[in-house]
Write a protein that binds this ligand. Structure first.
Ligand SMILES: [Zn+2]
Ligand SMILES: [Zn+2]
Length: 159
């Protein structure tokens, strides 16, 4: 997500690390669990009767009135993994739905239109009507302009 400028940081890793220290890791918040809680990847969790459970799952299950169905994913609306107010949580039926929420959030932030998707070749966002959709082996969706895909094939042939 917008990390293109950070990928060539091998040489200046030290500086980057310092900058990261100053500005703070976005996943680390001031929130800390009470008592027997723990932090993992920015999430708050608790160990209850020897079973580790994430707080966002506990809050979602309390709101739902039962255990989360298998495969369900809890999404944090403001992307703060430690902000487990019920209004900040959305229960997604599966990973694909969760991925869709993030694709829409990324598109909205990048181009102002949640329905647009990014072309894998030219990296430009465009309306779905202008893009071809492919399902990758991993099961996620990939989008290409017809012309970009053609250009890429031609380049491969002449390279
Ligand atoms: Zn999410
Ligand atoms: Zn393109």
């Amino acid at each position: 997500m917008g990390a293109t400028g950070q990928q060539k940081s091998v040489v200046g890793a030290g500086t980057h690390y310092q900058r990261w220290r100053v500005h703070g890791d976005p996943l680390v918040t001031n929130k800390r669990p009470n008592g027997a809680g723990f932090m993992a990847n920015g999430y708050i969790g608790y160990q209850i009767n020897g079973v580790k459970k994430f707080e966002h799952v506990m809050v979602a299950e309390r709101a739902l009135g039962r255990e989360l169905p298998p495969g369900a994913v809890v999404h944090h609306v403001n992307e703060d993994r430690a902000d487990n107010r019920p209004t900040n949580l959305v229960i997604c039926p599966d990973r694909a739905y969760h991925n869709l929420i993030h694709a829409r959030m990324d598109a909205l932030a990048a181009c102002g239109n949640a329905d647009w998707r990014k072309c894998r070749v030219c990296q430009q966002y465009d309306a779905l009507g202008n893009l071809r959709v492919y399902q990758t082996k991993a099961g996620s969706m990939a989008y290409w302009h017809h012309n970009c895909a053609k250009k890429r094939k031609n380049n491969a042939r002449t390279a």
